[in-house]
Design a protein around this ligand. Structure first.
Ligand code: CA
Length: 227
């Protein structure tokens, strides 16, 4: 089934670039030049994913995110200008799933879109993950690094598998608390940071400059999808 993508972008040149690239890899693209039309097109076309520029005339991308999220959990990939750091964080808080900063490579855009669509097709099925030098096996709950077993506690494995199976996606500390510990457990930010450090020491060659488990300043953590 061909997946439909809505591209909300007022700059026709960029919209053209995005849609040509996504069409080249098999997606069906529709374009909306402003927020008002984007909401109407969203309701009519029911896209599988929205690529959303934050800087739009009239209703901006943040307001579009807020309104779309009221009725849908469709994946939203925000496109931001490098100067709009605070907007980017607000966008993630409002429920955008990921962001890409202009200027971006078309390869990166395609990879982000694919990753978001893969994750949105229901729950993540348990599968062995091979990322860089790591092999993560959810059936055996084991981690191998360069072919050698690395012992992990239950919680360390849960965090690792949760993030690695959703590689590329940023999770706030709150989201990690919810998904890794479960909402019935009380944990604070420091417990999360210390768990992250422990997992990093087991994964990373240089834990202070992590290749896999990355900090996204002001937003949370993500597992690298291109390690
Ligand atoms: Ca714009």
């Amino acid at each position: 089934m061909i997946q439909r993508i809505l591209i909300v972008e007022d700059d026709a040149r960029i919209a053209d670039l995005i849609s040509k690239n996504l069409e080249a890899v098999g997606y069906e693209c529709h374009r909306s030049p402003d927020g008002g039309r984007a909401l109407a097109d969203f309701a009519r076309l029911k896209p599988a994913l929205v690529v959303l520029d934050l800087g739009l005339p009239g209703m901006d991308g943040l307001e579009v995110t807020r309104r779309v999220r009221k009725e849908s959990d469709v994946p939203i990939l925000m496109v931001t200008a490098r100067s709009g750091e605070s907007d980017k964080l607000l966008g993630l808080e409002l429920g955008a799933d990921d962001y890409i900063t202009k200027p971006f490579s078309t390869a990166e855009l395609t990879a982000r879109v694919r990753a978001l669509l893969r994750r949105s097709t229901g729950t993540v099925t348990e599968r062995v993950l091979e990322i860089g030098a790591l092999r993560i096996d959810p059936g055996r709950r084991s981690l191998e690094r360069e072919g050698s077993g690395v012992p992990l506690t239950t919680l360390e494995f849960d965090l690792l598998y949760f993030l690695a199976s959703r590689a590329g996606r940023v999770f706030s500390r709150e989201a990690l608390m919810e998904h890794v510990w479960g909402s019935d457990r009380v944990v604070d930010d420091r417990s999360i940071d210390s768990l992250i450090s422990r997992v990093r020491r087991k994964l990373e060659t240089d834990p202070s400059n992590p290749r896999y488990l990355q900090t996204v300043w002001g937003a949370g953590y993500r597992f690298a999808d291109t390690a």
